[in-house]
Design a protein around this ligand. Structure first.
Ligand code: FAD
Ligand code: SF4
Length: 320
């Protein structure tokens, strides 16, 4: 690991000032320290953001929603029984108990690509500023089946997928003021730009995530399939939120994870479900619409049937 300076930020403004052009924010360190040990990241300075005021709290917003501080751990989320079920389920599936005890909400959302080639210190793939995406014609088992750019590295944050269907917003400290980004906005740049992991700009600091107040009758569900039962990312994940009234879907949102550089949503599929009976036929129709444009690579066609099954199961869970 390359030598670095370490500083403790006390306010968002000082954190943004301290990071400079060669620093990185440090939260739990699960992702960043791994990158540093492999010389994929060589920051001159680590700015510890875990002591920033109020960022370790889960609180209520004035509107009755939830505010999750950026430094709340995944384990704390998973243990917070009054949060939406889909978010608790997504948190409980992250890594292992040891990882969940340390990893934070902000770090989970801002974690970098897990593509093998990206994490290989001796290769400089397109995402790291090179000219080639090695995964396209190489080992692409874990890569995306939807993308808007030559990089096929998918977003692997469980929280991003669950928070997308809950209409959550990230509260980001940007250029000395707070801005709010939907989950779609937080990742939009990664759809078009092979170099982008997300839409955060240099110096942007996630302060919190806000979830709107729960609406009576609205449920949420998150499911994933991984190769290992523990200590592993999802091969495919799916979250859904919405209600089932008199047996019919209302206001449903679906998002897939680990299949695209962004939490993958299709408005047409959400619209198709509106007022349709909550049954396998409707859920399959939505899955077919979402997956119609998937373009699997040589080793990841298996993701399509898994995604179909997860869409069906999460949708049917909304009636339980
Ligand atoms: C074996 C293993 C299995 C895993 N399985 C899963 C899984 O199933 N699902 C899943 O979602 N994740 C999984 N992870 C990833 C893990 O959840 C993330 O690495 C972790 O959540 C990162 O959080 P952190 O607090 O440790 O972030 P750090 O490592 O400290 O930071 C990660 C990145 O976020 C930036 N950052 C941190 N805080 C902020 C902030 N407030 N504002 C802006 N940028 C910030 C850092 O600069 C860095 O680039 C797994 C990791 C491992 C090692
Ligand atoms: S998928 Fe993206 S991260 Fe992986 S090799 Fe290609 S450019 Fe690099």
């Amino acid at each position: 690991m390359k030598a670095f300076e370490y500083v403790n930020a006390q306010t968002p403004e000082s954190a943004a000032g301290l990071i400079g052009t060669e620093g990185r924010y440090l939260a739990g360190g699960i992702d960043l320290l791994g990158e540093m040990k492999e010389y994929i990241a060589t920051p001159a300075r680590l700015v510890n953001v875990k002591n920033l005021p109020t960022t370790r709290e889960i609180s209520k917003t004035p509107e009755g929603g939830f505010r999750l501080g950026a430094n709340v751990t995944i384990a704390e989320l998973a243990a917070q029984a009054d949060l939406p079920a889909g978010l608790i389920e997504a948190a409980a599936e992250v890594g292992s108990p040891q990882i969940r005890a340390v990893a934070t909400v902000g770090g989970n959302l801002a974690q970098h690509s897990r593509c093998w080639y990206y994490r290989q210190r001796d290769l400089t793939c397109l995402k790291r500023g090179g000219s080639t995406c090695y995964a396209r014609d190489g080992e692409n088992k874990y890569n995306a089946i939807f993308t808007g750019n030559p990089c096929i590295s998918p977003v692997v944050s469980n929280l991003a997928v669950a928070l997308t269907v809950l209409s959550a917003q990230a509260v980001v400290w940007r250029k000395s003021k707070e801005v709010r980004l939907t989950m779609a906005e937080l990742y939009a740049d990664a759809w078009n730009n092979p170099l982008a992991q997300n839409s955060l700009q240099p110096g942007d600091l996630i302060l919190a995530v806000e979830i709107p107040a729960p609406v009576a009758g609205v449920r949420s569900s998150y499911l994933q399939v991984s190769e290992k039962s523990d200590f592993d990312w999802a091969l495919v994940s799916c979250a859904a939120a919405g209600s089932v009234n008199e047996g019919k879907f209302r206001g449903v949102k679906i998002a897939l994870g680990a299949v695209a550089p962004v939490p993958f949503q299709m408005e047409e599929a959400n619209a198709l479900l509106e007022g349709k009976p909550c049954n396998e036929a409707s859920a399959n129709a939505a899955a077919s619409l979402i997956l119609a444009t998937a373009t699997p690579f040589s080793h990841n066609g298996y993701k399509v049937p898994i995604a179909r099954a997860l869409i069906r199961r999460t949708l049917l869970n909304l009636a339980k």
